[in-house]
Design a protein around this ligand. Structure first.
Ligand SMILES: [Mg+2]
Length: 127
């Protein structure tokens, strides 16, 4: 089953790493560099999952998540925040902003893929 994941992340290295991992595992990957671009991509493509960095230029992840969740067209999109170490402890803020979950950076391959799979292929174990 083909699943599409939108990565919204301003850091090139992080974006490339995640795209490589997800593409290798058979997902279709779309990319955006900031929240504003991410909203346009999300509306136009309605991906199965959105991975959204918090700290980005132009529009940050909190603002973008609010816009997506306030819009009936995009409200049902599943959003996972990509958080930096500095944001540990901000769980409440992240979830109340409309995110379904969050993944801490730096990305650890196995845990990262397990979380993605748990959203896109429930019942399917990575083991
Ligand atoms: Mg960033």
């Amino acid at each position: 089953m083909n699943r599409t994941i939108l990565i919204v992340e301003d850091n090139d290295n992080n974006r490339i790493l995640m795209n490589d991992l997800l593409s290798y595992h058979g997902y279709t990957v779309l990319e955006a560099n900031n929240g504003e671009e991410g909203i346009v991509m999300a509306r136009n493509n309605m991906p199965d999952l959105v991975l959204m960095d918090i700290q980005m230029p132009v529009m940050d992840g909190f603002a973008a998540a609010k816009i997506l969740k306030d819009d009936p067209v995009t409200r049902q999109l599943r959003l996972i925040a990509l958080t930096s170490f500095a944001m540990h402890g901000d769980r409440e803020r992240i979830l109340s902003a409309g995110f379904d979950d969050y993944i801490a950076k730096p990305i650890h391959t196995r845990g990262f893929l397990m979380i993605i799979k748990s959203y896109l292929e429930p019942g399917n174990n990575i083991n």
